[in-house]
Design a protein around this ligand. Sequence first.
Ligand code: PMP
Length: 361
Amino acid sequence: MARIYNFSAGPSILPLPALEEAQRELVEYKSTGMSLIEMSHRGKIYDEVHNEAIALIKEILQVPDEYAILFIQGGATLQFGMIPIAFLGSGKIADFIITGTWAKKAYEDAKLIGQAQIIWDGSSERYTRIPSQSELRFSSNAEYVHICSNETIDGIQWQTMPDTGGKPLIVDMSSDIMSRPVDWNTVSMLFAGTQKNLAPAGMALVIIKKQLLEKARKDIPVYLRYDVHAKENSLYNTPPTFTVWMTTLTLRWIQSIGGLPEIEKRRDQKATMLYSAIDASNGYYRCPVEKNSRSKMNVVWRLPDETLEEKFVKEAEKAGLSGLQGHRSVGGLRASLYNAMPVEGVKALIDFMNNFMQRNG
Ligand code: PMP
């Protein structure tokens, strides 16, 4: 087996111990004579895995009892529509802070349903920074405020959550879930597609304040109802059992290395190493993002020209460093440093960068 360093933005690298455990147990799960993914989702064995995932999320993120932890299919994108369907409607207002591609997509869905208001827009600055608190004026009658905590494509990240003055804050944490603690005093709801820091693709983790959940519309198709998912413990219909199982295995790995404190330590080490290498290159490598908005999960940078960028990606691939191409909408380079990326992977990337610069500088 020759696993390479996979810097892809998602689906992305998963912890090797989690993959190996799934491999060992895939054909026959714990002497049951069948695979877990062939079993009824109503049975005791699947139930244990399902509830372990929920319990581990609660423990690792210290989720208070007033919140429901849900698994909903349709990825993060379904949440872009499901949230306004639940909480907006004609005449109702929600505030959006447009920090990049993903906040914008959520806004576009919401404006089909209700009055979505952009209260800050970073597009004229090419999404290179997070706004400061003093730039934000929230609508007095907003049902909620939507932000994306980490813009996967643009490489910018909220370092702390904004103070919405008591309006429910809904956060798309697709690309930084399980990499940082959640401030439950400010966050009323978060959601995250699973295919980055949790599991394979196939669902979203949703954590929502029960008080907010009670306000969700009920006269809508059943799968869109947060209250039904909560009441049925995310087992209203058949859940993506493989994705839930892999979530459990990933979370066990997080616990085994020391939980969120260790994840944060490694995260800071990796991000600091890579940004330092970029900054030390005398402008050969250039990160367009303002320093205090830089993402610790998705690091973006440019080379002197696009031909060199293409060459970099091709040669890196040959050197066992995969997925470094920036998103097709923005170009450039991007390294996703999700939890499962070892420090050695980032070291190998930096060695390659220094070598490439020497040869092509
Ligand atoms: N939000 C963010 C921040 C993302 O990075 C992505 C996917 N890359 C999405 C939403 C959409 O997620 P999904 O593909 O699970 O619908």
